[in-house]
Design a binder for this molecule. Structure first.
Ligand code: ACO
Length: 275
């Protein structure tokens, strides 16, 4: 039967113990991204970003897909039928939330539970850590229907994968399993499907214990440096560390140093200080 989802039902989320579990929520359409979903996702991300009860955000999918990419009907065909203005608007809506995710104020983890295609590579890259089910399927399927991998997808492959692998992936339209995606650098790690949630939870719990301002400064530094020279990166690191001080970074570091050197209650090489 046909399911007509209201915009607010295209994304589902809950917050439990400091973790926001955000889901692409169109399982009947393999969670492909329609303009409605893109608008809703941006609103949900913004709503969660500064909540004190959210320490980490997980992006996953309802059903057997993470996301089957852009919605070929609602995002492409129906929007194109309305002309260039509508096309540009829908592009801004999707690229807009991918960008919000790349520069999110909290750490983010992609939990890739199934299909991940094309446009899905934007949010995949947007998440800081990506854990996939071994049997998830990753594809730049654009070439299979006569377009190039746009919306960031080809850049993501070129950025994350070895060049020869990325080129093959973009040109051949063959899918990679989660395991292969791990081997080729597209995801951080692949685990058996029945261990996926437990592994993601373990990572979230570890992130929750870190100093949140230091985490944000670290993830932004890693992303900013991608197109910097060594010297510019070094300079950026100095400035970012100094900016961190205005969020209490100097006091945090002093306290961590005290716990290590004086109290001997932790070792930075083996764990996190007590924040
Ligand atoms: N756009 C629009 N509708 C989609 C999309 C999509 N990207 N993906 C799935 N759907 C719809 C199907 O049309 C179908 O709708 P219907 O029930 O009204 O007929 C429903 O979702 C279920 O899809 P099935 O194909 O029946 O599901 P199945 O489990 O057999 O296959 C698969 C899953 C492999 C993901 C398949 O749906 C597929 O190939 N989807 C397209 C993947 C893709 O290439 N996405 C575009 C990438 S390029 C880009 O994002 C720019």
């Amino acid at each position: 039967q046909k399911i007509e989802r209201a915009e607010e039902d295209t994304v589902a989320f809950t917050v439990e113990d400091g973790i926001a579990w955000v889901k692409f929520n169109r399982p009947e359409k393999r969670n492909c991204m329609s303009p409605k979903l893109n608008r809703r996702m941006k609103a949900v991300l913004e709503e969660l970003e500064f909540r004190d009860d959210v320490k980490v955000l997980v992006l996953t999918g309802e059903g057997d897909a993470w996301t089957a990419g852009m919605d070929l009907k609602e995002y492409f065909r129906e929007t194109e039928a309305q002309g260039l203005g509508a096309v540009r608007k829908s592009q801004r809506e999707s690229y807009g939330w991918f960008e919000r995710l790349r520069w999110y104020e909290k750490p983010t983890v992609a939990m890739i539970n199934g299909w991940c295609f094309g446009g899905g590579y934007g949010p995949l890259f947007g998440c800081d850590i990506a854990i996939a089910s071994e049997d998830a399927q990753f594809g730049l399927s654009e070439i299979n229907w006569g377009i190039l991998p746009g919306g960031g997808a080809s850049k993501v492959a070129q950025e994350l994968m070895p060049f020869r692998k990325a080129m093959y992936h973009a040109m051949m339209g063959e899918n990679l399993t989660g395991k292969q995606a791990e081997e080729q650098g597209l995801v951080t790690e692949a685990v058996p499907a029945d261990k996926l949630k437990a592994r993601v939870l373990e990572i979230c719990e570890a992130l929750k214990k870190k100093d949140s301002h230091a985490l944000r400064a670290t993830k932004w530094t890693m992303r900013r440096m991608v197109d910097m020279t060594y010297d510019n990166g070094l300079e950026y690191q100095i400035r970012a560390q100094e900016a961190l001080h205005s969020f209490g970074g100097a006091a945090a570091r002093k306290e961590a140093t005290r716990q290590f050197l004086d109290e001997k209650s932790f070792k930075p090489g083996l764990g996190t200080f007590d924040t």
